[in-house]
Every structure is written in structure tokens, then in C-alpha cells.
Ligand binder design. Structure first.
Ligand SMILES: O=C(O)CCC(=O)C(=O)O
Ligand SMILES: [Fe+2]
Length: 349
């Protein structure tokens, strides 16, 4: 079967729909999560001006001089603010040590929910770090980013409502573990500085192969080639969203939670070289990771009778901290179940 990312219209969950229409959506999502791990979602309800605003905000910030952007760096252990090109290596989050170590050329800006967003809840200030906003240099950045952040968060929570129905569990299985969720929006910019000779740097990777870490990711991206997803056929496939669609993909915590009934799919960004350079590409990944103190263990109905779950229980915070130590601090993670798959992947479409 040729590789494709299923399209699902979630209008019945966003704008109201009857039980039959919702059940149909839940079935389609279950199939996509089981077979691909990526979905294209229509009917998400994010107004176009909001995504246009996000894109404009990214242009304003990433268009600044490097010296100005560097002012907004944070320590590697704090997942906020600006990350210059080649400071992160996503494949180290996976336990894959490659020749292009720290060669991911994306630059990013991270914003997320902070301790001050949850007054009265005792949360770890490292996971829930306060944001760094570039107000002085990019005054038009914050408002549209906050507007998009709220919308993407709503879509992520809608997806978990669909997940509960698709898995046949009570909605509280998700809501009880996401009421002070670690949520981060990573805005990515893939561009090479003028004059970069791409022929001399054959190892260039936009973003190294990785799985996302949390529960679910809502991904907005320019319709420019670059994102590749590893299919169950062992090959990498180009994926670009249909007009108006958002990409949704599952993270590792959901694979653990569902005892791998659903997939946390490997992906990477390898922009094609055209005319000696790469086409600029932007994306924004909203990671909905769950409460740092929530325990994630296999939903009992996903574990076959008489078998042990594939993974031991883990808290969201422990899992995310280990992954970030790989991608942001350069400490290679212990190879896991996904590592073997990426090493075996064929380098083709
Ligand atoms: O740029 C993309 O399309 C993917 C970004 C991504 O995978 C991520 O930020 O985790
Ligand atoms: Fe990702």
C-alpha cells in the first residue's frame, strides 16, 4: 500500500455533531494512530488570520540579526527562548549517535506554559519555566504567538477527547493527567545563511530523526518539502500538509500509554537542495505533554491477557527530562525500541 497520511475532519468534535458522526471520527483516528501515527486534520477551527499571524511573528523574529536573536538564549536545561542553528541534535534524543552530531541547522524559538499559569499548583520551575519574550527587538511577536498558542492548545485537547473515545476509556483518563500540562510551542525556521556552500556540507540535516516526546503534537508547517516520516515499510516519505490542514502526530508517551497499539512515528526534516541551496521553510510544533507529575502506564485494555506491558510506568517529567537532555544538552539517550528502526531505515522515498 502506498504511504499516505490519512485526512480526518474533526468538525463533529469542534463545532458539535451527533454521536454517530463523532464515532466515525474516533474510528478514523484510531485507524490512523494504529497504522501511521500521523494524521492530517481539517475542521480544527483555527482561523486563518491566527496562523497567518503566527507566520508573520516568526518572520519578524527570525529576520533579526543573529546578535539580537542570541540575546534571547536560555540555558540548555531551560526549554524556552531562542535556540540558534546547530545547538540541538534531535537524533541524540533517540540514542542515535551520528556523524552529523549537532548538525541540525534549524533555529527555533520556544514558548510554553509556566508556573505562573497555574497559581495554587505546586509545579517544578524548571519544567514550567517562565517565558522569555523578545519584546524589545520584535514588538509584534508576542501577541500573535500567544493567540496561536491558545488555539493549538485547544486543538490538542480536542484530540485527547477523540483519543479517549477511540480507546474506549473515560475522558478523565486524559483530563486528569493534563490539567497542568507541560505544553511547549517550538517555532522552527529552516534557512541557511547567505553564502553557505551546501556542496561542502553534505551532512546538513534540517532536523535529525526523532520521535516526539509527549502525548500529542499539533504541527503547522509551510507547504514546502522537507518533512519526512518513516513508514512501516522502512522507507522515509515526504509529507506536506494539504491546504488548511494541520498535522497531528503522537508522541512516545501515547505509545507507552497504549502499549504500542498506537505509534510514535519517527520523522525528520531534510529539505531538498534546489539550485545549490535550500528553500526556506517554517514550522511550529505544539507539544502537549501532560502534567509533569502524571504517571503514564499502559491502559489495561491495551495489554493482551497474560502479557506484561511493553514499558514500565514513568512520570511525564522523568520522560521529558531524559529526552531534552539528549536533544538540548547533547547527552545521548540509551538506545530504545525506536533506535533499531531508524538504523534499519532505508534512505529513500
Ligand atoms: O518542521 C517540521 O515539519 C517538523 C518539526 C518537528 O518534528 C519538531 O519540531 O518536533
Ligand atoms: Fe517532531
Amino acid at each position: 500500500m502506498p504511504f499516505s497520511v490519512p485526512v480526518v475532519d474533526i468538525t463533529p468534535y469542534v463545532a458539535g455533531g451527533d454521536d454517530a458522526a463523532r464515532a466515525e471520527v474516533a474510528r478514523a483516528v484510531d485507524r490512523a494512530c494504529n497504522e501511521v501515527g500521523f494524521i492530517q486534520v481539517l475542521g480544527h477551527g483555527i482561523p486563518e488570520p491566527v496562523t497567518d499571524g503566527l507566520a508573520g511573528a516568526m518572520d519578524e523574529f527570525f529576520g533579526l540579526e543573529m546578535d539580537a536573536k542570541r540575546e534571547y538564549r536560555t540555558p540548555a536545561g531551560i526549554n524556552r527562548g531562542y535556540a540558534p542553528p546547530k545547538t540541538e541534535s534531535l537524533s541524540l534524543s533517540l540514542g542515535v549517535e551520528s556523524a552529523n552530531r549537532m548538525n541540525d541547522f534549524f533555529e527555533a524559538f520556544n514558548v510554553g506554559l509556566a508556573a505562573s499559569d497555574f497559581p495554587g499548583v505546586e509545579v517544578d520551575p524548571v519544567h514550567y519555566a517562565e517565558n522569555t519574550w523578545p519584546d524589545a527587538d520584535a514588538p509584534g511577536f508576542r501577541a500573535p504567538v500567544e493567540a496561536y498558542f491558545a488555539e493549538a492548545g485547544r486543538v490538542a485537547r480536542t484530540m485527547t477527547r477523540i483519543f479517549a473515545d477511540a480507546l474506549g476509556v473515560d475522558a478523565s483518563v486524559f483530563t486528569s493527567r493534563t490539567d497542568h500540562s507541560l505544553d511547549v510551542l517550538r517555532m522552527n525556521n529552516y534557512a541557511l545563511p547567505a553564502g553557505t556552500d551546501v556542496r561542502l556540507d553534505g551532512d546538513l540535516t534540517g532536523m535529525g530523526e526523532h520521535t516526539d516526546y509527549g502525548i500529542v503534537t499539533v504541527l503547522w508547517a509551510d507547504r514546502v518539502r522537507g518533512l519526512q516520516v518513516l513508514g512501516t515499510d522502512g522507507g522515509w516519505h515526504d509529507v506536506s500538509p494539504d491546504p488548511g490542514a494541520l498535522l497531528i502526530n503522537l508522541g512516545d508517551l501515547t505509545a507507552r500509554w497504549t502499549n504500542e497499539r498506537w505509534m510514535s512515528t519517527l520523522h525528520r526534516v531534510k529539505p531538498p537542495i534546489v539550485g545549490g541551496t535550500i528553500e526556506r521553510r517554517r514550522s511550529a510544533a505544539y507539544f502537549h505533554d501532560g502534567n509533569a507529575d502524571a504517571l503514564i502506564e499502559a491502559i489495561p485494555t491495551t495489554v493482551p491477557a497474560g502479557e506484561e506491558p511493553l514499558y514500565p510506568p514513568i512520570t511525564v517529567g522523568e520522560h521529558i527530562a531524559a529526552k531534552l537532555a539528549g536533544s538540548r544538552e547533547g547527552r545521548r539517550n540509551a538506545p530504545g525500541r525506536e533506535t533499531a528502526r531508524v538504523l534499519a531505515a532505508r534512505d529513500e522515498d
